[in-house]
Design a protein around this ligand. Structure first.
Ligand code: SF4
Ligand code: SF4
Length: 497
């Protein structure tokens, strides 16, 4: 390790050269858990755009679709309109609180198991092992001169990485358009240029981040480890080397015997085999204590447990433990059960907030109407004095039909005595307090609404404009209304004042 004077010397390099990390294959509970999570997350990512969902003839049949052109977000039975963006905001808030919850309970589990950088790096490392062999073979090949065999292996590995990267970038764009149509257009060169640019950028970042930068993204680029540090407390589970049990290590026995006056000749359980370091995807030694490079993937637990089985010692020399557990165990006590660690006020509060937001969103989603009306009063002029003494106000009314079928709604006015309304297709002669408006499926219809009322009256009267849909035979109705002002000239007596 560099000393401070080395680092501040004018000759010291600005960046430390990356040391190659060649993680060894390992098997065990956590490795299998990682396999399961990797398969599920990759399947969700690649397969989701291809799932279909029947919404009728007027809406897209892709289960999950961010339809930027029509400003809609579809997620199975849920359809979010731009004015309902607070649902998306709610989901983002839930995701944030979910991360707080997971971090305070099980440390950086997100980093170790589900973060895209971890998942794709893991996938790339499996390809690497498949082509180059395990850790030792990879090191040998990395140090070997460039021969035809090495070139062939490298070409094969990069080709597979590139295919994965293209599939990754390609899958992303299918979330933003009908996947089968876009694939056809993409292959024939007819897709929008932004689709090619997006695939290009995501292919490059996946290839570079997953193939070459790997742990450097976690250690140097990602802000999350720094934020997480603030969220961890002494009750958070983190991967811990139990030095009180492992030390002195077998290979450190001689040193301990000569330098440590309190050394009683008793060996720790660690045999200094370095298996925990060999399997680590970020190349760190967990025996040096908690560090930012540890993504809590727990592969070192699997490796060490295997070693403990072989030497006939109890498993768990490296294990998930809290800082509080460490203090208790060091003093010879027994740490509380994991469930007690997980169920504590902080995690319960996070969970309660998270679940409350989720429940509130589900409730409002279930309650929301699929008909919406809004109105804008013309301001210039605010009213027109008609020759017969009546007053006319003009409005632009928007009726939003959020159902995937056309509907005929009743537009009605109320609140201004004697008021009648008509639209551009009608006239004052046919004016009434209600009219029928056909609103196409999944769209907004604009109506220019003219309202006339007797000129005598208050300067400003609230006018309620409502849209009602009655489902024929179903006994079901849906309505929404908005209040706008109906304006007249100031009453004469006010002007005289
Ligand atoms: S795997 Fe276990 S025994 Fe081997 S060096 Fe690591 S902590 Fe020690
Ligand atoms: S130290 Fe252990 S838990 Fe941490 S990143 Fe390395 S293998 Fe994973």
């Amino acid at each position: 390790m560099s000393s401070l004077s080395d680092l501040t010397s004018p000759n010291s390099p600005l960046y430390q050269k990356r040391k190659g990390v060649y993680p060894k294959a390992v098997d065990g509970f956590y490795r299998r858990l990682k396999w399961a999570i990797m398969i599920v997350t990759l399947a969700i990512y690649y397969v989701t755009p291809w799932l279909r969902w029947d919404r009728g003839p007027y809406a897209p049949n892709q289960a999950v679709l961010v339809d930027l052109a029509h400003r809609r977000f579809y997620m199975f039975a849920i359809e979010i309109w731009p004015h309902e963006f607070y649902y998306v905001a709610g989901m983002l808030v839930m995701a944030g609180i979910g991360l707080f919850l997971v971090t305070s309970a099980v440390g950086r589990a997100w980093c170790g198991y589900a973060c895209p950088q971890t998942v794709w790096t893991d996938l790339f490392q499996h390809v690497e092992r498949w082509i180059d062999g395990d850790r030792n073979a990879q090191i040998r090949l990395a140090n070997a001169p460039w021969t035809a065999a090495k070139t062939t292996r490298r070409a094969a590995k990069y080709a597979i990485w590139l295919l994965i990267a293209i599939a990754t970038g390609g899958a992303w764009i299918f979330y933003f358009a009908d996947a089968p149509t876009l694939l056809r257009e993409f292959v024939h060169g007819d897709a929008p240029s932004v689709a090619y640019a997006t695939v290009g950028v995501l292919t490059a970042t996946t290839f570079i981040f997953g193939g070459f930068m790997r742990e450097q993204v976690c250690i140097y680029m990602c802000p999350w480890p720094r934020i997480q540090t603030a969220m961890l407390d002494e009750k958070s589970l983190i991967v811990t080397y139990k030095d009180w049990r492992g030390e002195p290590r077998t290979q450190g026995l001689k040193k301990a015997a000569t330098t440590d006056a309190s050394f009683d000749g008793k060996l720790g359980d660690c045999i200094d085999c370095d298996q925990c370091v060999s399997v680590c995807p970020t190349g760190i030694d967990i025996r040096e204590g908690p560090q930012i490079g540890c993504i809590t993937c727990a592969l070192c637990i699997d490796a060490c447990d295997k070693v403990m089985d072989q030497i006939g010692r109890p498993r768990g020399l490296i294990d998930y433990a809290t800082l509080e557990d460490a203090v208790i165990e060091k003093a010879g006590g027994t740490a509380p059960p994991v469930l007690k660690t997980l169920l504590r006020p902080r995690t319960i509060i996070y969970f309660t907030i998270w679940a409350s937001i989720g429940a509130a969103m589900l409730f409002t989603l279930g309650q929301r109407t699929r008909l919406d009306v809004s109105a804008q009063h013309d301001r210039n002029p605010a009213f027109v004095q008609l020759s017969d003494g009546e007053v006319r106000n003009n409005y632009t009314v928007k009726i939003r039909n959020m159902e995937t079928r056309p509907r005929v709604v009743t537009l009605a006015i109320a609140g201004v005595p004697g008021a009648v309304a008509w639209d551009e297709a009608g006239s004052r002669a046919t004016a009434a307090s209600t009219m029928r408006v056909r609103v196409p499926a999944d769209s907004v219809t604009k109506v220019r609404l003219f309202v006339a009322a007797p000129g005598a009256g208050p300067q400003r009267t609230p006018l309620t404009i409502s849209a009602t849909y009655e489902a024929t035979g179903a006994g079901r109705s849906e309505a929404d209304s908005v209040v706008a002002n109906f304006e007249r000239a100031k009453p004469i007596e006010e002007e005289e004042e």
